[in-house]
Design a protein around this ligand. Structure first.
Ligand code: TXA
Ligand code: MG
Length: 328
């Protein structure tokens, strides 16, 4: 399929999932909503489609992709599940959990998509339209967040259009992504380890497994845990100041709870201090504040319990100096 020159945007009307599946079958790139963020899908078994996907995002090909499937039965064809993986999948799929597992011997996913690793990341999204597309297509779909590499993840169709319009074939608009932050990635290789905090909290995972998770070895930019987790990531262009207690002149404010006074503009993650609402608003608010071209965006302190761990992780990366090529 030639490189797209105009991206089609369709609403989630009946028949939209079939159109998306047909486009995927032709080797096309299709953005679709999941409960976490919008994904940019390609046929996981088609090396050429996967290569186009890396190119459209500007993503380094050493950074592997997550294979999305509609159910556990389909996931079993791709990877080997140990007891922890079985327990987590049974409790949290469909949902905002990605498991990193050993690739099965006959896994049909392109090696480009898994960056030549012996492991594969798999997810069953909890979104009706996403699952309808996956069922209609009938093969695994690799889907990174549908943003340009290094940008903030998209939580609605307009964000996707801003980043990738003209570069992809189809966007299925299913409204805002309800969770708003990417999936939690757990490696179940020997002792289960969280590689990326996300939309499923650490507390929920440890409660299910009945024990604390192994602490990951310290990741560095040279050896990131999930290869996409480089330090400068999810980055707006505007500088971020975190955990502020006082707004500086000209700054715009990302608030949580009662806003600090004195900002040129304020967007509130959650006036009520609701951490799930804050996660859902995070990336959209960051995009809007970034577009205001203020000297800096100051961010109030966000508690770290529950989804707060993932929110603080993304904010820390967004605030990191942008010295390295990042790769979302
Ligand atoms: O919520 C999500 O997970 C979204 C939606 C669209 O499903 N997807 C997403 O994909 O966030 P992406 O590509 O933006 O982030 C996937 C992360 C990257 O950091 C990548 O390095 C890591 O998963 N990853 C993929 N395969 C891996 C593997 N075999 N081992 C370790 N990390 C892996
Ligand atoms: Mg990403």
């Amino acid at each position: 399929m030639p490189v797209a020159t105009r991206t089609r945007l369709i609403k989630a009307v009946p028949g939209a999932a079939d159109q998306a599946a047909q486009c995927l079958a032709r080797g096309g790139l299709v953005a679709f909503p999941t409960e976490t963020v919008y994904g940019l899908g390609a046929d996981a078994t088609d090396g050429q489609a996967v290569a186009r996907l890396y190119e459209a995002k500007g993503r380094p090909s050493f950074n592997p992709l997550i294979a999305h499937v509609p159910d556990l039965e389909s996931a079993r064809k791709l990877a080997i599940f140990n007891a922890d993986a079985e327990a987590l999948a049974a409790s949290f799929w469909p949902g905002p959990l990605t498991l990193v597992l050993p690739r099965s011997a006959d896994c049909p996913v392109s090696e480009l998509a898994t960056a030549g690793l012996e492991t594969i990341a798999i997810r069953v999204p909890n979104h009706a339209l996403a699952r309808e597309i996956l069922r209609a297509f009938g093969k695994p779909v690799v889907a990174p967040s549908a943003n340009l590499s290094g940008h903030v993840s998209p939580t609605n169709a307009a964000h996707v259009l801003d980043d990738l319009g003209e570069k992809i074939d189809l966007i299925v608009d299913g409204g805002p992504a309800p969770v708003g932050i990417e999936s939690t990635i757990v490696a179940c290789l020997d002792a289960p380890t969280i590689l990326r905090p996300g939309g499923l909290s650490r507390a929920d995972i440890t409660a299910r497994l009945g024990r604390d998770l192994a602490q990951p070895v310290e990741a560095t930019d040279e050896t990131p845990l999930a290869p996409g987790m480089l330090e400068s990531h999810y980055a707006p262009r505007t500088r971020l100041r975190l955990n502020v207690t006082q707004v500086q002149p000209g700054e715009v404010l990302l608030a949580f709870g009662t806003p600090l006074p004195g900002a040129k503009a304020t967007l509130n993650l959650s006036e009520q201090g609701d951490i799930a609402e804050a996660a859902a608003n995070l990336f959209g608010h960051l995009r809007r504040l970034d577009a205001m071209l203020a000297p800096s965006i100051c961010v109030m302190r966000i508690p770290s319990a529950g989804l707060g761990e993932a929110i603080n992780d993304r904010l820390r990366r967004a605030a990191a100096p942008k010295t390295l090529p990042s790769s979302s």
